[in-house]
Design a protein around this ligand. Sequence first.
Ligand code: GCU
Length: 424
Amino acid sequence: MDRFVPDIRPDYREANYDAGKIAPYTLEDPLCFADGTPLKSPDEWPRRRAEILEIFAKEMYGQEPPPPDAFEYELIEEKTGILAGFGIRSQYRIWFRKDKTGPAIDWLLIRPRYTKKKVPVILFLNFHGSHQMLPDPEVVIPEMWTHVTEDHRVSRERGVMNRPDRNSVLPIGQILCAGYAVMSACYCQISPDPCSDDPARRGGQDDFAYTGVFDLWGKREKDRQDDITSLGAWAWALSRGLDLAGRIPEIDASRCVVTGVSRLGKAALLAGARDERFAVCVPIQCGGGGATLAKRDFGENIATEMSTFRHWYCKAYKKYERNPARTLTFDQHLLLAALAPRKLLIGGFNDPWFDTEGEYLACRAASPAWEFLGKPGLPGNGYPENFDIRAIGPYLGYYRRAEEHGMADYDWRRLLKFAGEQEL
Ligand code: GCU
């Protein structure tokens, strides 16, 4: 039986922006098993990590989707000499059935042409189609449903992410010169978000969102508390992108960086936590449901998440919405810890909705896991100011910034410095 816990905040459905109303909370020790037994040596870490991932699968993100029955891929198109001769562009399609039927995901890979060795790749999901990554007429415009346009077709505009006035950009030259390839797919092909702000389409969260790759996983069980979620599907797709990267001879998949912004930053974080093959994880501005502590109940909270975006989380998560500080038996610092001792950089955004102070505190609380595993933890003395990079260590880091929400040149610069620039 659930224990009775009184509500602390009667208006729990609204976002709280009053720091004085943050209820006292305690955070679970990443270095103790759920039954309270402290870990004695790093050998016990894999068991603790598995326990943490199981908690998130049961209570928040739903069960991890199974590995695909098959992995088929085709190089659809390739061009050497883009970007004034310095780049190679390749378009791949992947399928998960031997006969290449059913859901497919299109990946656009852009890599440096003049290299002496394999290059690491930066993987991310994009919002509006990979044709927005380059103003290149040969990049296929995907035919998929999107909630952002009136007619629900993706915008035909190319290369939008190269326009410096946009809030999310792709500084492709900067990335290639730093010795990285970049590979991306559009998240609408994987699990499309319904129009969550349109009440008439809210039901889409219960059926429409579970199309795309969900067709691989059979019928959903209506009452199941830990069924696969959209965030789980996006994270799974990132792992499939890594499977593809591993098959491309010029790519060094063992040094793969996974990133993404906002909801796709949450997906990158989950992918990094679940799949140890990601060497570096840089979730950008992911806030509530991602890197920030839910127990703080500041800005976006479990109640708003479970109303507007309930297809991102599993049903079990709803039981915590009334009083997370008292009822949650885990928090996002444990998800961050699941990445230890790999490299994790959290990029925060200074809008109260995203509660980036909660992200910083999550990094601080996760830090002992890195130290326990022999790597330096989070440096610095307290919550840094915007653009202060003193809390970025070699393995675990945090920074925040102002200006517009999205992945700006500034964030790419931080990512490349953190991941380590490579000689070509
Ligand atoms: C909303 C949502 C966030 C999410 C963001 C986005 O603001 O509340 O959780 O990160 O959308 O993905 O754009």
